[in-house]
Design a protein around this ligand. Sequence first.
Ligand code: 5RP
Length: 220
Amino acid sequence: MNQDELKKQVAEAALEYVESGTVIGVGTGSTANFFIDALAGIKGKIDGTVASSVASAERLKGHGIPVLDLNEAGELSVYIDGADETNSQLHLIKGGGGALTREKIVAGASRKFVCICDESKLVSVLGAFPLPIEVIPMAQSYVARELVKLGGRPELRQGFTTDNGNIILDVKDLEIMEPCKFESELNNIPGIVTVGIFANRPADVLLLGTANGVDTRTAG
Ligand code: 5RP
């Protein structure tokens, strides 16, 4: 199976976590897109969705799936999204698509977070994937200097503006040994809007696409 087939496999497996008569959170990226396409087949089962990006909202609407404002939706039953990296404790790096802020908000507003990935995303230590950080534009240089002090090598994502009007710094050369602590530490730097480490609120379930089928994991 190629990587897209593995992504499609886990996206379809995630339908099992969609509860009837609820509003669900929907993520961003190529794996989330496979989920959106699969969700179209059972769209009558749910009351609606909250999207973590403008791109996902457009794709959902294209399938005739209702997209609600989070402020009107209240608590969501489940959030389903991909990741750039995951460790065995279901701490994640996210934000490769630049949607990390809304992803973290929608994940936080959901009772359960189901992460869908192909097996290439499972790592023992987070950080080989450059860590995306959303930053207020006027703080770019200051935040970059602080990140260098912490051992990272930040690079501006060229030509990219987030759905919230901010920039992304992708931070290379990190070995994130203590994801919860590092996430909190970065959250304290003024000018950082969102850090792409999802460790203090990790995924609850990981559906990992492998050549032998879907490997379902919980933190451990
Ligand atoms: C977008 C994300 C995505 O979940 C992450 O980049 C994984 O993407 P893909 O499913 O395309 O591999 O965090 O901001």
